[in-house]
Design a protein. Structure first.
Length: 186
């Protein structure tokens, strides 16, 4: 996992530099060398490139960032296949859990879950700040039917206005964390 993390971080940095070069060529006041020296408070959450583009007034919100990604203005890093990531997680004795599936608006959640389950998915983040109650319930029902873990969280990155620590409110009886349930003390 460390090897992949190192590879991914290098790929992310190279794609960020290419992204900045493209913005500079279009007239934006950005610079690759400046980006390499740029530091930001990680408590802001998110990624270095997101923070840099935000500080340079190229984007304002996560929606702007996602829009720029969709348009190809922000370049994506090299990533492994889903199968390879799930296998790597399992080799590290971890559980592969898909997060906030309804945020992947271009995909059919049921088809995506069916595919991921066949590839070894262990759980679903059923409770998320962006999920409506009926979506959370649908996900929990799906997870129970397919014997998958049920997780949840706020996904609070520290600065995103649409996510707040403690929201949604989740109780222990809503979760199924497999063998971890026996280790929770309260």
């Amino acid at each position: 996992m460390r090897n992949y993390q190192n590879h991914y971080q290098e790929s992310e940095n190279q794609q960020a530099l290419r992204t900045i070069a493209n913005y500079r060529k279009k007239g934006a006041h950005v610079c690759e060398a400046e980006y390499e020296q740029y530091t930001y408070d990680y408590r802001r959450g998110s990624w270095k490139l997101f923070a840099y583009l935000q500080d340079q007034k190229i984007i304002s919100t996560m929606q702007d960032y996602q829009s720029e990604l969709a348009k190809g203005h922000i370049l994506r890093s090299d990533i492994l296949s889903v199968e390879a990531v799930i296998e790597m997680i399992h080799q590290a004795q971890g559980a592969a859990v898909i997060a906030h599936i309804f945020d992947y608006s271009n995909l059919n959640p049921e088809l995506m879950l069916k595919t991921l389950t066949s590839q070894g998915l262990d759980g679903i983040e059923c409770y998320h700040a962006h999920h409506r109650p009926e979506q959370s319930q649908w996900l929990a029902n799906y997870a129970n039917l397919h014997h998958l873990w049920i997780t949840g969280g706020s996904d609070d990155h520290g600065h995103l206005s649409d996510r707040t620590m403690g929201t949604p409110r989740i109780t222990l009886d809503q979760l199924n964390l497999g063998p971890l349930m026996n280790k929770i003390q309260y």
